[in-house]
Design a protein around this ligand. Sequence first.
Ligand SMILES: Nc1ncnc2c1ncn2[C@@H]1O[C@H](COP(=O)(O)OP(=O)(O)OP(=O)(O)O)[C@@H](O)[C@H]1O
Ligand SMILES: [Mg+2]
Length: 307
Amino acid sequence: MMTHHENNSVLKRLVGKSKTIREVKKFINLAARYDYPIIISGETGVGKTLLAQLIHSVSMRKERPFLHQSCSNIPSELFESELFGHEKGAFTGAIEKKKGKIEIADGGTLFLDEISDLSLQNQAKTLLFIDRGKFFRVGGTEEIKTDVRIIAASNRDLKKEVKSGRFREDLYFRLNTLDIHIPPLRDRKEDIPLLAGEILRRENERNKMKKSISSEAINKLLNYDFPGNVRELENICKRAILYSKGNEIKENDVFFEREVTSRKRKKLTYSQVKKTLQKHKSNISKTARSLGISRQYLYKILKQKKV
Ligand SMILES: Nc1ncnc2c1ncn2[C@@H]1O[C@H](COP(=O)(O)OP(=O)(O)OP(=O)(O)O)[C@@H](O)[C@H]1O
Ligand SMILES: [Mg+2]
């Protein structure tokens, strides 16, 4: 395991001061000490993959590989051969023997991303492996032993998936010894300024620049709901850097690709939009930007009045 000092420097990569982030840090320490499977849940872009990597890099498995396997948009048979590998001639196209990820990750960690998308059949195979620590390559007759820690992630609520019969309860119970939910960024807005600052610091270093961000721009970020969470914040900040003239990011350099959420959407009336449009001399892009909405959504509001 890592020394305290090393541990702290890894934890620094997780930015934020909210209760959530403090709890996530505690969870990492726990997950580093106890070698159990893990489930991480949360919306897209909240930091599930980052958390999985951090856990691995402070765990006793850190010197061994960390492998990533997506469970969505992958045909069942391909998933199987990716995970368990295959023998030469196991199926058409299997011209060579191939090691699967759980064999390569021996001693390390396998990150199963979007586990709720796994077919029931592959859920059964995964469960069998977790139970026995042994598996067969596709087309293989020899049982192979491997020691891999599973970290699973899901956008969906796995408990609900279990209730509706889409996810095996036994697999769920096998995985959820250590489980954590990362709430969306809009529920921990105090992290936004820190994250924006960290993103800016990183991008400044990368582009050899010294841009800062105005408090008005920060306020605008604080009023947005971030359906794409931290990933979306990163994109918005990078774009704001790109659009800003001078060395300071202004309010108008910050704009949102996605529509604002329904809560904010309701507040925007046709007349408000019309007024802002006039102020910007009918310039759609400028109007949308200053309202913090997408151009598509702006058109939608304008159209609504016409009918
Ligand atoms: N607390 C945080 N501190 C610093 N960076 C963060 C934090 N949370 C997320 N990020 C960054 O935000 C981006 C999105 O995070 P990540 O890819 O881990 O999300 P995810 O939950 O795995 O998303 P998806 O469900 O789409 O796979 C990454 O670049 C990640 O490094
Ligand atoms: Mg991810």
